[in-house]
Design a binder for this molecule. Structure first.
Ligand SMILES: *Cc1c(COP(=O)(O)O)cnc(C)c1O
Length: 341
């Protein structure tokens, strides 16, 4: 199969329409058979639940071309499971996890020419999502939904190596205790856009959100979990019921502990501890790990000893391992790679 002729290293992280998308609709209490379709546009009723009350959940994962030309996905079963749980919390009919995996296979195969070649640093981003299509005006869950899975090629997140970023402590909160911070829903992003734009206007790359109740514990950024490394080399990741359970973070903690002999701790992390850490980073599907060089609050600036030039050595080692597994250069834990074609 002939790959598309794109300048893969420079395509950036933008939506680019590809050939096929997978669609299944929920109507009369059941999901239909689902199909690959050509139309990238969605036509829905003007009173659809997504438009009125934002009933939507989503996922994000990637497909990779390996050196032998085969195409794989990284732990898509984890996305299927998380989306299942997100849907339940949003009173939406969860999409069957086995069908989610079949949809990944189908949509990636149908867009195989768009999966960037091995070694380009680019990947095929897969965006599954589900939204309320049935009309509602009184507040209630909709009775019709669409599950859709689209794909778009994305470039390497960091061109020419990851440069540490500067983060500000947000004046806004992302997620309430007992709220929806732990589910992957567009609503968590809609309300964070103002904080995001404000941070950028003030010259920062990202926000660090603190726990909404006490503002003493570290939560996460708008779309990535935190990782810290202590002076004695322990990998620490904040724990809270309002943090989105990142699959990248869970994979990294497993790799650190079981493949690299790094001690790990998943526990509440006080903001006041930050000054004692050696390295800091963000993790998520998009960038895998982004190094954080500085955190700025109203009172102080915390500069991590790993500096502003490059990723710290512990995070770099973890980064090389997880990206090696995704690219097929390193054998990962059993069941982490789904071979598509
Ligand atoms: C998607 C997301 C992450 C990262 O999760 P991954 O599964 O690693 O991609 C982190 N935080 C939030 C709020 C997210 O929506």
């Amino acid at each position: 199969m002939e790959k598309k002729n794109l300048d893969w290293a420079n395509i950036g992280f933008n939506y680019r329409v590809t050939d096929k998308r997978y669609v299944s609709n929920w109507k009369d209490g059941k999901w239909d058979d689902g199909a690959l379709i050509d139309d990238p546009n969605v036509t829905i009723n003007e009173c659809a639940g997504i438009l009125q009350y934002c009933q939507e959940v989503f996922e994000g994962l990637k497909a990779y071309t390996w050196e032998d030309g085969s195409i794989v996905a990284f732990r898509p079963d984890m996305n299927a499971e998380r989306m299942f749980n997100s849907a339940k919390r949003m009173e939406m009919p969860p999409f069957p996890q086995e069908r989610f995996l079949e949809a990944v296979d189908e949509v990636v195969k149908a867009n195989a020419a768009w999966v960037p070649p091995y070694g380009s640093g680019a990947t095929l981003y897969i965006r599954p999502y589900m939204f309320a299509t049935g009309p509602v005006i009184g507040v209630k869950p909709s009775d019709e939904y669409q599950f859709r899975m689209i794909t778009t090629p994305v470039g390497p997140y960091f061109k020419g190596g990851a440069k540490p970023i500067t983060i500000c402590v947000s004046e806004f909160d992302r997620a309430a205790p007992h709220g929806t911070g732990h589910i992957k829903a567009g609503l968590n992003y809609a309300m964070s856009l103002h904080a995001h734009v404000t941070a950028h206007a003030n010259g920062f790359d990202e926000n660090m959100y603190l726990d909404a109740a006490t503002r003493t514990y570290v939560e996460e950024t708008g779309g990535a979990n935190f990782l810290f490394v202590t002076k004695d080399g322990t990998l620490v990741s904040p724990k809270s019921d309002s943090i989105l359970p990142s699959i990248t973070r869970r994979s990294i903690m497993y790799i650190a502990e079981n493949m690299l002999g790094i001690k790990t701790e998943h526990r509440p992390v006080k903001f006041s501890e930050l000054k004692d850490f050696e390295e800091a980073g963000l993790c998520g599907t998009a960038a895998v790990i982004s190094p954080v060089g500085r955190v700025v609050s109203k009172e102080e600036t915390i500069s991590f000893p790993a500096g502003m030039e490059k990723m710290g050595p512990v995070l770099q080692k973890i980064y090389d391992t997880i990206t090696g597994i995704q690219a097929g250069r390193i054998e990962g834990p059993e069941g982490w790679i789904r071979r598509i074609c």
